[in-house]
Design a protein around this ligand. Sequence first.
Ligand SMILES: [Zn+2]
Ligand SMILES: [Zn+2]
Length: 359
Amino acid sequence: MCKFTISAYELMKKFPNEESARLYIEEKRWNGKPKCPGCNRAENQHKQKRDGKAGYYFCYHCKLTYTVRTGTIFGRSHVPLHEWLYAIYLIVTARKGISSLQLSKEIGVTQKTAWFMLHRIREACKNDDDDNEIGNLLRGIVEADETYIGGKEANKHEFKKLKAGRGTIGKTAVLGMRERDGKFKGKVLKDTTADTIQTELNTSIADGSVLCTDEHGAYAGYKLEDMTVYLSTMKKFPDEQAAMDYLASILWPDGPVCPYCQRKRIKEKTIKNYFRCNDCLKTFTIRVGTIFERSHIPLHKWLYAIRMVATKGISSVQLSKDIEITQKSAWLMLQRITKANPSFDATTGSIKIHGSTLK
Ligand SMILES: [Zn+2]
Ligand SMILES: [Zn+2]
């Protein structure tokens, strides 16, 4: 059983690139002290660079050069580590599983590569043997939740205790749940049908918390479709500037237009993203005159919200959790977005809002 409790947003923020993911996995796997996968020794390990890239280590005992990938499911793969983490996330959160085609679209690799990743991750998920290196590593990654939810050592201990006893308790009859705030719950189930498990999950864990086993597709907080919408939005617009540039390309295809007098003699101010109209002398940003006006919520979060409203609808509670804003802010966003009445075209995947088309 592998566990994962982290929102997609947290994941994207925490691992924007290969480097951040590598450092994280190194920490989880080696606890700050690189250990040679060839001879298992942690002393006399030397840091190296290759083509200017960090993350290579050399073992003076067995003369092996290695990285944190060596001997793991990430070994001999060219897929960046943060993409691997997204893939693991998608797989453990997918209610009905994920196809290699879906995965390939989501993380932008070929279907063949996606298939290979799926295969490796599933194999690793299946393995619950503590002595198994791959099993350990995957659990290490999955333990990402603890850092996010403020999990305490005591809780971790509880969790391990339960795990150790699983053989006698019965493998599938116990549902282990860790809530967002770090509390741990173990429950004995009357049966292991998807219905029972889903009910237990719904009553016991917060939205966005996710559990996974290789046996049941029933363990999921997030629906995959939501995840896909989320990750593709977040990937496209990792930050405010990316979202702003994107909006500018749609709202101002021929350069900035004054929202007050509609003229185009505009000068960008020294403060980035602020403009001044040479005709009416007013200062504005791209938000003026749009549903984003006078809002402090970053535009990429707005784009996510629009996408959700246009595609399947979302509650203010869920939205506030997804993009880490107060429920009041989420409610206000939803009010504005609903008023603007975005429509979704499934064949092109584009969203129409306020006469503009978002792709
Ligand atoms: Zn060695
Ligand atoms: Zn003007």
